[in-house]
Design a binder for this molecule. Structure first.
Ligand code: TPP
Ligand code: SF4
Length: 250
């Protein structure tokens, strides 16, 4: 039977992957795989994944990979990069891992402008543990721990991660928000983030709006409506900080 076309750096023997049908993680990792192929960096890349559904990517690539404690992928890949600056290091995590339990690591790595790439899948919930409210849960969104809908008066507004990272990073950082509903654009952002690291410019961060139909309890149509119409009301897709534009402007 003909095999579906996969990025060259994917590990074919671990496919089909372990994410639920309709999950956004596989799409983010497809865009990342194609970005790695096109930059031809498979042999010198190290991939780190977090706890949460991102951990299901621990054997996703034919790339040296490490799976870390919840929220600790950013400091782990920072250490690898500092020990061997020739490597290209990627930290892959969910919004719970990056913006809740691992937020201190994200904030401090960003503030130090560490020359690493962080990719964060924002699916608005803690998915692996059963769909609890996350920092990115949207106003009025129902989750296991906000059964009447998130009330921003009580719990604050959804976390704007890339905007926060852009504000605290120095010159040379690259920050963008893409979406699994536009994989070509997402791949472009991921390539620019990795190139930023290759060129030694500083921290690079891409948030990807992602889907969790299992915990959202949505069918295919409702899932895509949530990503394409509802999420983008709070999470603006686009480049937020790009050293190349700053160079042109200067
Ligand atoms: C130190 C620690 N605290 C809590 C947990 C429980 N835990 C496992 S996955 C998870 C949430 C994952 O959510 P997120 O990071 O958004 O990733 P997703 O599953 O949505 O992709 C939590 C709280 C843990 N494994 N380790
Ligand atoms: S629970 Fe959600 S995020 Fe986790 S694999 Fe399933 S669809 Fe994906």
């Amino acid at each position: 039977m003909p095999q579906p076309v996969m990025p060259r750096c994917w590990r074919v023997e671990t496919k089909p992957h372990k994410f639920c049908p309709g999950c956004g993680h596989g799409l983010v990792l497809k865009a990342l795989g194609e970005a790695i192929d096109e930059l031809d960096i498979q042999g010198r890349t190290v991939f780190g994944c977090d706890i949460g559904c991102s951990l299901l990517s621990w054997d996703f690539f034919n790339i040296d990979s490490v799976q870390t404690h919840h929220g600790r992928t950013t400091p782990v890949v920072t250490g690898i990069k500092r020990a061997n600056p020739q490597l290209i290091t990627i930290a892959y995590m969910g919004d719970g891992g990056g913006y809740a339990i691992g937020s201190q690591h994200l904030v401090n790595a960003a503030a130090r402008n560490e020359n690493i790439t962080v990719i964060l899948a924002n699916n608005t919930v803690y998915a692996m543990t059963g769909g609890q409210m996350a920092p990115t849960t949207m106003p009025r969104q129902k989750t296991e721990t906000s059964p009447y809908g998130r009330d921003p008066e009580v719990t604050g507004p959804p976390m704007q991660g890339p905007e926060m990272v852009a504000a605290i990073t120095g010159q040379g950082a690259y920050v963008a928000r893409g979406t699994v509903s536009n994989l070509r654009q997402l791949k472009g952002y991921l390539k620019k983030a990795l190139l930023n690291q290759i060129e030694g410019k500083g921290f690079s961060f891409v948030e990807a709006l992602s889907a969790c139909p299992t915990n959202w309890r949505t069918n295919a149509e409702e899932t895509w409506k949530f990503v394409e119409q509802d999420m983008v009301k709070y999470f603006k897709v686009g480049e937020i900080k790009n050293p190349a534009s700053a160079e042109k402007a200067g």
